[in-house]
Design a protein around this ligand. Structure first.
Ligand SMILES: Cc1cc2nc3c(=O)[nH]c(=O)nc-3n(C[C@H](O)[C@H](O)[C@H](O)COP(=O)(O)O)c2cc1C
Length: 198
């Protein structure tokens, strides 16, 4: 595959300026860009996304009747080869900004579950997903909830859970800038993701 045809989207789920998770996401995208991929980022906290209302209409048509900025995220998922999702850990799970978007992807899961077929799986390529998580604490359990959610999320959007990158002990805004090893790991992950399509 021609590197410039590889489309990688980053979803940033932190609301704060000098976000640690967004900084790592930017590094993943910088690495992927270096390897030739076409990268862009969506800031979920800047979007107006309403929660899933569990109306169940997606079970029959695979669509979501709620008209809001989630359309941007749906388009990104449907058109990308790689999806890099970055979130702070909030109460041992995903940030609310990310949870809103994840729940609204129920339309993909529900339709596939009901019909056995998926709009997404018709794609010519296998999407690959990366999760980047940042938390103040540094125990394994800090990331367990978010990783479980992301595993099911990626499966629901017919995306292989390619890798995850977690940074604990990282609380103050911009603190990750003092951690060159994890910044380098993020960059390398982006290179590997882009090169995995060649
Ligand atoms: C509402 C809220 C809940 C949080 N819950 C946790 C938590 O359960 N575990 C943890 O390790 N850090 C927790 N944190 C700390 C953040 O994960 C940490 O500051 C992280 O660096 C934020 O990433 P960001 O800069 O990308 O927003 C919480 C922070 C906030 C504001």
């Amino acid at each position: 595959m021609n590197p410039t045809d590889i489309k990688i989207i980053g979803l940033s789920a932190s609301p704060r300026a000098q976000s640690n998770s967004r900084r790592l996401l930017e590094n993943v995208l910088a690495g992927a860009r270096f390897a030739g991929a076409n990268c862009s980022m969506i800031d979920l906290s800047a979007l107006n996304i309403r929660p899933c209302s569990h109306c169940d209409s997606c079970i029959s048509d695979g669509l979501c009747p709620i008209a809001d900025d989630m359309e941007l995220v749906y388009n990104a998922i449907e058109q990308c080869h790689g999806l890099v999702v970055a979130s702070p850990i909030y109460f041992m799970g995903l940030s609310a900004q990310l949870k809103l978007a994840v729940d609204r992807c129920q339309r993909y899961w529900a339709y596939r579950n009901a019909t056995g077929s998926s709009v997404l799986s018709q794609a010519l390529y296998k999407r690959r997903g990366i999760f980047v998580g940042v938390g103040a604490r540094n125990t394994e359990s800090v990331f367990a909830g978010a990783l479980t959610s992301m595993r099911w999320f990626f499966d629901s959007i017919d995306t292989e859970f390619y890798r995850s990158l977690t940074a604990g002990n990282c609380d103050r805004a911009g603190e990750v800038d003092n951690k060159p090893e994890i910044l380098a790991q993020a960059y390398e992950l982006g290179v590997q993701l882009a090169e995995s399509y060649k």
